[in-house]
Design a protein around this ligand. Structure first.
Ligand code: PLP
Length: 238
C-alpha cells in the first residue's frame, strides 16, 4: 500500500473510531475530552506509525520495550509514548526517558526499580498499576484483592506518580460480557483512592473489541490496535 493510500485508510478508520467514541461518551453522559485514544502500533511499521501525528494522534502505545525504543527513535519527539506491556527491570533505564506513562506496572519489585531510576529524572514518571481482573494465568498484573494493600507502598513513592489502574478484559464474542471486568476495575480504583486520599484519575481499559463498553464504565485511556491497523503492513518487530 503506498503512503497516500495508507494515510487515507488510517484517516477513515480514525474517523469511524472517533464517531464510536463520541457515541459511547454521549450514552454515558461523559465529555469526549475525558477519553484519550492511545493507538497501539505494535503490528505496524515505524513508517505507518509516523503518519499518526499528522492525523491528530499523538498518543501511541507499544507492548514491547524494544519495539518502543525502535519506534521512538524514528518518530518525532512530539509523540507521547505509552508502554502497555510487561517491563523487565533491566529495561527500565532505557525506557524511562522515552515514555509519558507506563500502564503495565505489575509488581512491587518493578515499582521499586522505577522509583530508584526515576529519581534522576525531572518530574519522575507516571504509572498505572496493571490488574489481572480476569485472573488468566497468561496475563500479568496484581490480583484484584492485592490492590488495596498497595496503598502504603504507593504513598512512600516520591518519583513514581501512580495515576490509576489498567486492565485487559478477556476476549469475549459479546463485548457486553466485558462490562463486569471494567466495573470491577473502576471500583478497585475508587477503593484505592479512598485508602490513599489522592486522586487516581486514570482508568486504562478497553481495546478494539470492547472499548465502547469500557468508555461507558469510565475508561480515560482506550488502547486500540486492530480496529485501526488490521490488514495494514506488519512491522519488523511484529
Ligand atoms: C495489543 C494490545 C492492545 C490493542 O489490542 P487490540 O485488540 O488490537 O485493539 C491493547 N492493550 C494491550 C496491553 C495490548 O497488548
Amino acid at each position: 500500500m503506498d503512503e497516500a493510500r495508507l494515510r487515507a485508510t488510517l484517516a477513515d478508520r480514525l474517523a469511524a473510531v472517533e464517531e464510536r467514541l463520541r457515541a459511547a461518551c454521549r450514552r454515558a453522559g461523559r465529555d469526549r475530552g475525558a477519553v484519550t485514544l492511545v493507538a497501539v502500533t505494535k503490528t505496524v511499521s515505524a513508517e505507518a506509525a509516523a503518519l499518526l501525528p499528522g492525523l491528530g494522534v499523538l498518543d501511541l502505545g507499544e507492548s514491547r520495550p524494544q519495539e518502543l525504543w525502535r519506534k521512538a527513535a524514528a518518530l518525532p519527539a512530539s509523540v507521547r509514548w505509552h508502554l502497555i506491556g510487561h517491563l523487565q527491570r533491566n529495561k527500565v533505564e532505557r525506557t524511562l526517558p522515552l515514555v509519558c506513562c507506563i500502564h503495565s506496572v505489575d509488581s512491587v519489585r518493578l515499582l521499586k526499580e522505577l522509583e530508584a531510576q526515576a529519581a534522576s529524572r525531572p518530574g519522575g514518571v507516571e504509572a498505572l498499576l496493571e490488574v489481572n481482573a480476569s485472573r488468566e494465568a497468561s496475563k500479568h498484573g496484581f490480583a484484584p484483592e492485592e490492590v488495596s494493600a498497595l496503598a502504603p507502598t504507593i504513598e512512600a513513592l516520591r518519583h513514581v506518580h501512580v495515576r490509576g489502574l489498567m486492565t485487559l478484559a478477556a476476549y469475549e464474542e459479546d463485548p457486553e460480557r466485558c462490562r463486569p471486568t471494567f466495573v470491577m476495575l473502576r471500583r478497585l480504583r475508587d477503593r484505592l483512592r479512598e485508602a490513599l486520599g489522592q486522586p487516581l484519575p486514570q482508568l486504562s481499559m478497553g481495546m478494539s473489541n470492547d472499548f465502547e463498553v469500557a468508555v461507558e464504565e469510565g475508561a480515560t485511556l482506550v488502547r486500540l490496535g486492530t480496529v485501526l491497523f488490521e490488514g495494514l503492513s506488519a512491522g519488523e518487530g511484529g
